[in-house]
Design a binder for this molecule. Structure first.
Ligand SMILES: [Zn+2]
Length: 244
């Protein structure tokens, strides 16, 4: 059973209607469509509430992909009064949390664009995130300079757009893939590209995450730490300047 991922085309939907396709044996709720991002690519899944037509409110504590990634499973915080297949439900995200993920996620794209080394991993949090780079010469990275460059890109107000290309187009342009640890989402026939900077092209890469519309929406960030992780792995931590 496939779930249509509404967040791919409109990450700004914080509320929507959907139909329950199935409730699995662990109480996970599968819908025909959803605004809830499912954990992947270092970005945590969304939390929020699902309300049935009878006014029963179900708190969703996690959102994950099913085994074949075609279905998205909404995991209730408490398995009480679950809906049934066929029920219509209203979906509402914890938007504040999700918008912080979008700001942090977009900031990591910018970080990736100014650190000219392969990415080996990463993780997004609500107020702090990190990217790991394969850097042989650690002296090549200066925290103060990085901080300045990153905030300059944010303040410049570059637009962020998405577009779809075919798997074949991606295979023909392997340079588009910056993240070595995460395989690009090939197999469904098309891949979504995220472009930052319009004609200026600051960053362009395949990505299934959620992003803000303009870099200025990220607001100021702080490059908080550069850590050594293994012989030539460096972990760069970035946090939102204004903490909740
Ligand atoms: Zn992304």
């Amino acid at each position: 059973m496939a779930t249509q991922a509404l967040f791919l085309d409109d990450p700004f939907l914080s509320e929507a209607e959907a139909s329950v396709l199935d409730v699995n044996d662990r109480g996970g709720i599968i819908l025909d469509q959803t605004i809830f991002y499912a954990t992947s690519g270092g970005q945590p899944g969304d939390v929020g509430t699902l309300t049935t037509g009878n006014g029963v409110s179900i708190e969703i504590g996690a959102t994950i992909y099913g085994a074949d990634k075609s279905e998205i499973i909404h995991v209730p915080a408490i398995q009480d009064r679950l809906p049934a297949a066929g029920d219509r439900v209203n979906l509402r995200l914890d938007w504040q949390r999700r918008h912080r993920h979008m700001r942090m996620h977009t900031a990591l794209h910018l970080l990736c664009s100014i650190v000219p080394f392969p990415v080996t991993g990463g993780s997004i949090g609500e107020t702090e995130s990190r990217l790991d780079f394969d850097i042989e010469d650690a002296g090549a990275i200066d925290k103060a300079a990085l901080n300045e460059q990153l905030n300059a890109l944010i303040a410049a107000g570059h637009p962020i757009q998405s577009r779809w290309i075919t798997d074949d187009e991606l295979t023909a342009n392997p340079d588009l893939v910056r993240t070595m640890s995460v395989k690009p989402p090939i197999g469904t026939g098309k891949v979504r590209l995220i472009a930052i900077g319009g004609d200026e092209e600051i960053d362009l890469q395949p990505c299934g995450g959620t992003h803000v519309r303009n870099t200025s929406e990220i607001r100021p960030v702080v490059v908080s730490k550069i850590e050594k992780k293994g012989r030539q792995n460096r972990r760069i931590r970035v946090r939102l300047a204004e903490q909740p």
